[in-house]
Design a protein around this ligand. Sequence first.
Ligand code: BG6
Length: 502
Amino acid sequence: MPEVQPPPTAAGPDRTPPCALVIFGASGDLTERKLLPALAQLAAEEVLPRELVLVGVARTQLSDDDFRARCRKTMSSSAPSVERLIAGARYVAGAYDDPATFTALDELLRQIDETYGTAGNRVYYLATPQHLFGPIAVRLGAAGLDKSPTGGFVRLVIEKPFGWDEESARRLYGDISSVFAEEQVFRIDHYLAKETVQNLLAVRFANAIFEPIWNRTWVDNVQITVAESIGVENRGGFYETAGAMRDIVQNHVLQVLSLFLMEPPTSFHPEAIRDEKLKLLRAIRPFKDEEDVARRAVRGQYARGGTREQPLPGYREEPGVDPVSSVETFVALRLHIDNWRWAGVPVYVRTGKRLPQRITEVAIEFQRPPQLPLFPSTDLEPDALLLQVAPSEGLSIRFGAKTPGRSFAIRKASMDFAYREGAAPDHAEAYERVIFDALVGDPTLFIRADEVGRSWRIVDPVIAHWARSAEPIPLYQAGTWGPREAKELISVDWRRWRHSGR
Ligand code: BG6
């Protein structure tokens, strides 16, 4: 049978096609903080054509001019291409459950097609709370907006969380897939759009030196850390319904983990990469029972901490948080990947708010040499390959080297590659990248529905166990590396977290 489409290479187009970009939730926080600045940047870089029209939809009553004024405030740029985008922006005010909103949108889009040559192409970006994703998708379908009047493309972009558990994710999928085909749906995980996360693909598959050691023979353990020094800020209300497991582990951590540890894809075709990620997620050993959860999963919540000069509030004192909340702000897990490559290699993952530093890092620790007979100091840290995502972006190889001088002492040494060094100045921030990719229709950095379901299946039993547990949630002082139990999770295996203030 002939190939349906030739597998694309990693290089894509450098300009987006004509299109109406419709943002639902246009008067909201995400639009203001992330989407409009990213669009301004894309416009300033001249990668958006004249035939790209921005349409805002929201409940707030605004005129086209009011919306443009808001855009102007956040899209601070004097570039003529940005001003052109703002001047052409349109706005539809209306409730998301009112068919009239969608009829008005339909009329406007047809008009825009005629006036601006947007060619019937539409991208709907739902920057709304997630409970509205399903209803908006269904309304778009009912108004016939899921299809282009002229055979152009129509895409739906949504951002995590995708449901609250496997069951609700399935319902959401049901609503969306009753209207849109899977190829039309672009599910964002902004971690996949981070430059250094993508660099992971380059490091693994553009070099031959790493592949021979990327397996259980050479690797002792893998550690993934997503540490934040901030607390929940003004998102207490949202966080109370999420917790660290839903907010970070189910999506960002499992996505990075699967990219890092998957088998080499047969091509850079988006489906080939997503197939390998899914296979890896499927190989993660499920949490069997309560005992297994207790052994391999740790939760924690930050309590008041900091210093006398800079006191930090506890989670329960944050605005919007229940004063007796048992929502976790910290999670540590020991995962096992039951496949040929990784059998027997534990993967430790850890995330939390109000930890001492902001660090996002993926580390491979290698086996120790079989003997260290020559050296007086044998208390060396294991050799490691580190992929740093934040705050620095780069790659480091950590190893032992001789201390200069007469003795044969060994010291830690590091070879570091700073990602931005020598790079062209046009590096894209995560939201620029996702908007650009959604406009050009490249789904590589978006999550497929089956990956979402599988990720929930991994974390659901742990969340359910914690919800049933009568044990109080372990607390940690704000500004420390999580509860004591997190140290024990790894020290029972005679290993240590890479960052733990020791
Ligand atoms: C978001 C979470 O998805 O990621 C936030 O909802 C978190 O709680 C944020 O702070 C972290 O993203 P980044 O890019 O700052 O590491």
